[in-house]
Design a binder for this molecule. Structure first.
Ligand code: MF3
Ligand code: CO
Ligand code: CO
Length: 265
Protein backbone atom coordinates (compact mmCIF):
# COMPACT_ATOMS: atom_id res chain seq x y z
CA UNK A 1 0.00 0.00 0.00
CA UNK A 2 1.41 3.36 -0.97
CA UNK A 3 -0.11 6.60 0.26
CA UNK A 4 0.98 9.68 -1.71
CA UNK A 5 1.93 12.79 0.26
CA UNK A 6 0.90 15.91 -1.63
CA UNK A 7 3.41 18.71 -2.24
CA UNK A 8 2.41 22.33 -1.50
CA UNK A 9 1.59 22.82 -5.21
CA UNK A 10 -0.51 19.65 -5.28
CA UNK A 11 -2.32 20.75 -2.11
CA UNK A 12 -3.20 24.02 -3.84
CA UNK A 13 -4.62 21.96 -6.73
CA UNK A 14 -6.65 19.88 -4.27
CA UNK A 15 -8.01 23.07 -2.64
CA UNK A 16 -9.24 24.30 -6.00
CA UNK A 17 -10.86 20.96 -6.91
CA UNK A 18 -12.46 20.66 -3.47
CA UNK A 19 -13.89 24.17 -3.66
CA UNK A 20 -15.40 23.44 -7.10
CA UNK A 21 -17.03 20.20 -5.90
CA UNK A 22 -18.55 22.06 -2.92
CA UNK A 23 -19.81 24.82 -5.23
CA UNK A 24 -21.71 22.28 -7.32
CA UNK A 25 -23.70 21.29 -4.21
CA UNK A 26 -24.27 24.96 -3.28
CA UNK A 27 -25.47 25.67 -6.83
CA UNK A 28 -27.87 22.70 -7.09
CA UNK A 29 -29.58 23.26 -3.72
CA UNK A 30 -32.48 25.47 -4.94
CA UNK A 31 -33.22 22.97 -7.74
CA UNK A 32 -33.61 19.96 -5.44
CA UNK A 33 -37.36 19.98 -4.91
CA UNK A 34 -40.50 17.93 -5.50
CA UNK A 35 -41.29 17.18 -9.13
CA UNK A 36 -37.79 17.42 -10.56
CA UNK A 37 -36.23 14.26 -12.00
CA UNK A 38 -32.79 13.11 -10.93
CA UNK A 39 -31.67 13.31 -14.57
CA UNK A 40 -32.69 16.99 -14.73
CA UNK A 41 -30.54 17.66 -11.66
CA UNK A 42 -27.63 15.76 -13.21
CA UNK A 43 -27.90 17.78 -16.43
CA UNK A 44 -27.89 21.09 -14.53
CA UNK A 45 -24.77 19.97 -12.64
CA UNK A 46 -23.03 18.71 -15.79
CA UNK A 47 -23.63 22.02 -17.55
CA UNK A 48 -22.31 23.93 -14.53
CA UNK A 49 -19.20 21.74 -14.12
CA UNK A 50 -18.29 21.81 -17.79
CA UNK A 51 -19.34 25.28 -18.89
CA UNK A 52 -19.01 27.44 -15.75
CA UNK A 53 -16.25 25.69 -13.83
CA UNK A 54 -14.37 24.46 -16.90
CA UNK A 55 -13.83 21.22 -15.03
CA UNK A 56 -14.95 17.66 -15.71
CA UNK A 57 -16.89 15.03 -13.81
CA UNK A 58 -14.74 12.18 -12.51
CA UNK A 59 -17.75 9.85 -12.54
CA UNK A 60 -18.79 10.12 -16.20
CA UNK A 61 -17.24 7.09 -17.90
CA UNK A 62 -15.57 5.86 -14.69
CA UNK A 63 -15.61 2.05 -15.11
CA UNK A 64 -18.45 2.74 -17.54
CA UNK A 65 -20.57 4.82 -15.15
CA UNK A 66 -23.06 6.62 -17.45
CA UNK A 67 -23.70 9.99 -15.75
CA UNK A 68 -21.99 12.99 -14.23
CA UNK A 69 -23.16 12.60 -10.61
CA UNK A 70 -24.63 9.96 -8.29
CA UNK A 71 -28.11 10.71 -6.91
CA UNK A 72 -29.33 8.16 -4.37
CA UNK A 73 -32.91 8.33 -3.05
CA UNK A 74 -34.31 6.80 0.19
CA UNK A 75 -33.27 3.10 0.30
CA UNK A 76 -30.52 3.73 -2.25
CA UNK A 77 -27.20 3.71 -0.39
CA UNK A 78 -24.95 5.09 -3.15
CA UNK A 79 -24.29 5.12 -6.91
CA UNK A 80 -27.89 6.03 -7.81
CA UNK A 81 -27.88 6.67 -11.57
CA UNK A 82 -29.74 9.86 -12.53
CA UNK A 83 -32.87 8.92 -14.45
CA UNK A 84 -35.71 10.72 -16.25
CA UNK A 85 -38.13 8.33 -14.53
CA UNK A 86 -37.05 9.13 -10.97
CA UNK A 87 -39.02 12.17 -9.86
CA UNK A 88 -38.52 13.49 -6.35
CA UNK A 89 -41.46 13.51 -3.94
CA UNK A 90 -42.07 15.31 -0.63
CA UNK A 91 -40.44 13.35 2.19
CA UNK A 92 -37.78 11.72 -0.01
CA UNK A 93 -34.23 11.88 1.34
CA UNK A 94 -31.70 12.36 -1.43
CA UNK A 95 -27.91 12.11 -1.52
CA UNK A 96 -26.10 14.00 -4.26
CA UNK A 97 -22.47 12.94 -4.69
CA UNK A 98 -20.23 15.07 -6.89
CA UNK A 99 -16.64 14.42 -7.92
CA UNK A 100 -14.93 16.94 -10.19
CA UNK A 101 -11.49 16.95 -11.77
CA UNK A 102 -9.75 20.33 -12.22
CA UNK A 103 -6.19 20.56 -13.56
CA UNK A 104 -5.76 16.85 -12.82
CA UNK A 105 -6.93 16.95 -9.18
CA UNK A 106 -10.10 15.40 -7.73
CA UNK A 107 -12.60 16.93 -5.28
CA UNK A 108 -15.25 14.53 -3.92
CA UNK A 109 -18.20 15.47 -1.69
CA UNK A 110 -21.81 14.57 -0.99
CA UNK A 111 -24.72 15.71 1.13
CA UNK A 112 -28.35 14.90 1.91
CA UNK A 113 -31.44 16.89 0.91
CA UNK A 114 -34.90 16.41 2.43
CA UNK A 115 -37.55 17.07 -0.22
CA UNK A 116 -40.17 19.51 1.05
CA UNK A 117 -38.24 19.93 4.30
CA UNK A 118 -40.01 17.19 6.26
CA UNK A 119 -39.82 13.40 6.27
CA UNK A 120 -40.21 10.47 8.66
CA UNK A 121 -38.53 10.60 12.05
CA UNK A 122 -36.20 7.77 11.03
CA UNK A 123 -35.15 9.47 7.78
CA UNK A 124 -34.54 12.82 9.50
CA UNK A 125 -32.50 11.17 12.23
CA UNK A 126 -30.52 9.22 9.63
CA UNK A 127 -29.53 12.40 7.81
CA UNK A 128 -28.53 14.05 11.07
CA UNK A 129 -26.64 10.97 12.24
CA UNK A 130 -24.72 10.66 8.95
CA UNK A 131 -23.59 14.29 9.10
CA UNK A 132 -22.66 14.14 12.79
CA UNK A 133 -20.70 10.94 12.19
CA UNK A 134 -18.77 12.56 9.31
CA UNK A 135 -17.90 15.49 11.58
CA UNK A 136 -16.79 13.13 14.37
CA UNK A 137 -14.62 11.27 11.84
CA UNK A 138 -12.97 14.53 10.72
CA UNK A 139 -12.30 15.59 14.35
CA UNK A 140 -10.61 12.23 14.96
CA UNK A 141 -7.83 12.70 12.37
CA UNK A 142 -4.59 14.69 12.37
CA UNK A 143 -0.82 14.19 12.06
CA UNK A 144 0.40 11.34 14.28
CA UNK A 145 -3.09 9.98 14.73
CA UNK A 146 -4.16 6.55 13.54
CA UNK A 147 -6.71 6.23 10.74
CA UNK A 148 -8.48 3.60 12.86
CA UNK A 149 -9.80 6.53 14.95
CA UNK A 150 -12.23 7.34 12.11
CA UNK A 151 -14.24 4.12 12.38
CA UNK A 152 -14.18 4.30 16.17
CA UNK A 153 -15.47 7.89 16.22
CA UNK A 154 -18.21 7.22 13.67
CA UNK A 155 -19.38 4.13 15.50
CA UNK A 156 -19.60 6.09 18.77
CA UNK A 157 -22.04 8.51 17.12
CA UNK A 158 -24.10 5.88 15.31
CA UNK A 159 -24.55 3.34 18.11
CA UNK A 160 -26.93 5.37 20.33
CA UNK A 161 -29.20 5.99 17.33
CA UNK A 162 -29.56 2.23 16.78
CA UNK A 163 -28.59 2.61 13.11
CA UNK A 164 -25.97 0.58 11.23
CA UNK A 165 -22.79 1.46 9.32
CA UNK A 166 -22.34 0.19 5.76
CA UNK A 167 -19.29 -2.07 5.44
CA UNK A 168 -19.17 -2.75 1.69
CA UNK A 169 -18.04 0.80 0.73
CA UNK A 170 -15.44 3.02 2.29
CA UNK A 171 -13.67 6.37 2.04
CA UNK A 172 -10.45 6.60 0.05
CA UNK A 173 -7.26 8.48 -0.60
CA UNK A 174 -7.73 11.04 -3.37
CA UNK A 175 -5.52 13.28 -5.48
CA UNK A 176 -4.54 12.84 -9.11
CA UNK A 177 -6.34 9.51 -8.67
CA UNK A 178 -10.05 9.23 -7.82
CA UNK A 179 -9.65 6.25 -5.48
CA UNK A 180 -6.15 6.10 -4.01
CA UNK A 181 -4.84 4.34 -0.90
CA UNK A 182 -5.64 4.23 1.95
CA UNK A 183 -9.10 2.73 2.33
CA UNK A 184 -10.96 4.63 5.04
CA UNK A 185 -13.21 2.24 6.96
CA UNK A 186 -16.19 3.78 8.74
CA UNK A 187 -16.68 1.01 11.31
CA UNK A 188 -14.38 -0.16 14.13
CA UNK A 189 -11.29 -1.77 12.61
CA UNK A 190 -7.56 -2.33 13.09
CA UNK A 191 -6.31 -1.24 9.64
CA UNK A 192 -3.55 0.85 11.20
CA UNK A 193 -2.22 3.89 9.26
CA UNK A 194 -0.34 6.69 11.03
CA UNK A 195 -1.45 9.94 9.42
CA UNK A 196 1.04 12.48 8.06
CA UNK A 197 0.81 16.05 6.77
CA UNK A 198 0.06 16.09 3.04
CA UNK A 199 -2.27 13.09 3.03
CA UNK A 200 -5.63 13.75 1.35
CA UNK A 201 -8.56 11.38 1.65
CA UNK A 202 -12.33 11.24 1.93
CA UNK A 203 -14.53 10.29 4.86
CA UNK A 204 -17.99 9.30 3.64
CA UNK A 205 -20.05 7.26 6.12
CA UNK A 206 -23.16 5.55 4.77
CA UNK A 207 -25.64 4.97 7.60
CA UNK A 208 -28.60 2.59 7.27
CA UNK A 209 -31.85 2.68 9.21
CA UNK A 210 -31.97 -1.12 9.53
CA UNK A 211 -29.44 -3.70 8.43
CA UNK A 212 -25.98 -2.67 7.21
CA UNK A 213 -26.32 -5.22 4.42
CA UNK A 214 -26.50 -3.91 0.87
CA UNK A 215 -27.35 -5.20 -2.58
CA UNK A 216 -26.15 -4.01 -6.01
CA UNK A 217 -28.88 -3.58 -8.63
CA UNK A 218 -28.40 -6.47 -11.02
CA UNK A 219 -29.96 -4.67 -13.98
CA UNK A 220 -27.77 -1.56 -14.05
CA UNK A 221 -24.79 -3.01 -12.15
CA UNK A 222 -24.32 0.17 -10.11
CA UNK A 223 -27.08 1.27 -7.80
CA UNK A 224 -26.65 0.03 -4.24
CA UNK A 225 -29.72 -0.36 -2.01
CA UNK A 226 -30.25 -1.56 1.52
CA UNK A 227 -31.27 -5.23 1.67
CA UNK A 228 -34.27 -4.46 3.86
CA UNK A 229 -35.35 -1.39 1.81
CA UNK A 230 -35.13 0.87 4.86
CA UNK A 231 -33.60 4.29 4.12
CA UNK A 232 -29.91 5.18 4.09
CA UNK A 233 -28.04 8.49 4.40
CA UNK A 234 -24.51 9.66 3.58
CA UNK A 235 -22.33 12.74 3.84
CA UNK A 236 -18.82 13.04 2.36
CA UNK A 237 -15.92 15.47 2.57
CA UNK A 238 -12.43 15.49 1.07
CA UNK A 239 -9.89 16.44 3.75
CA UNK A 240 -6.19 17.27 4.06
CA UNK A 241 -3.94 16.33 6.98
CA UNK A 242 -2.03 19.51 7.88
CA UNK A 243 1.01 20.14 10.12
CA UNK A 244 -1.24 20.63 13.13
CA UNK A 245 -4.60 19.11 12.28
CA UNK A 246 -7.01 18.83 9.41
CA UNK A 247 -8.45 21.06 6.68
CA UNK A 248 -11.83 20.37 5.07
CA UNK A 249 -11.27 20.92 1.34
CA UNK A 250 -14.94 20.59 0.33
CA UNK A 251 -16.56 22.76 3.02
CA UNK A 252 -19.64 24.57 1.71
CA UNK A 253 -20.54 28.24 2.15
CA UNK A 254 -22.65 28.49 5.31
CA UNK A 255 -21.84 24.97 6.52
CA UNK A 256 -21.74 24.93 10.31
CA UNK A 257 -18.29 23.34 10.71
CA UNK A 258 -14.76 24.82 10.76
CA UNK A 259 -12.52 24.60 7.70
CA UNK A 260 -9.38 24.21 9.85
CA UNK A 261 -9.22 22.11 12.99
CA UNK A 262 -6.20 21.81 15.29
CA UNK A 263 -6.09 18.18 16.34
CA UNK A 264 -2.38 17.38 16.83
CA UNK A 265 -1.78 15.55 20.06
N1 MF3 B 1 -18.23 9.66 -5.58
C1 MF3 B 1 -18.18 8.27 -5.21
C2 MF3 B 1 -17.21 8.19 -4.04
O1 MF3 B 1 -17.45 8.88 -3.11
C3 MF3 B 1 -17.78 7.37 -6.32
C4 MF3 B 1 -18.73 7.33 -7.43
S1 MF3 B 1 -18.09 6.37 -8.67
C5 MF3 B 1 -19.30 6.37 -9.83
O2 MF3 B 1 -16.21 7.56 -4.02
F1 MF3 B 1 -18.78 5.82 -10.87
F2 MF3 B 1 -20.35 5.72 -9.37
F3 MF3 B 1 -19.66 7.60 -10.11
CO1 CO C 1 -15.57 9.31 -2.32
CO1 CO D 1 -18.27 10.77 -3.59
Amino acid sequence: MEITLKSPAEIEGMRVAGRLAAQVLEMIKPHVKAGVSTLQLDEIMQDYIENEQHAISACLGYHGYPRCTCISVNEEVCHGIPSPARHLHPGDIVNIDVTVIKDGFHGDTSMMFIIGGTTTTMARNLCHCAQESLYAGIKAVGPGRNLTAVGAAISKIVRPYGFSIVRDYCGHGIGRGFHEDPQVLHYPNDASVILEPGMTFTIEPMINGGTYKCKVNNKNGWTVTTRDKLPSAQYEHTILITEDGVEVLTLREGENFPRYLRTRQ
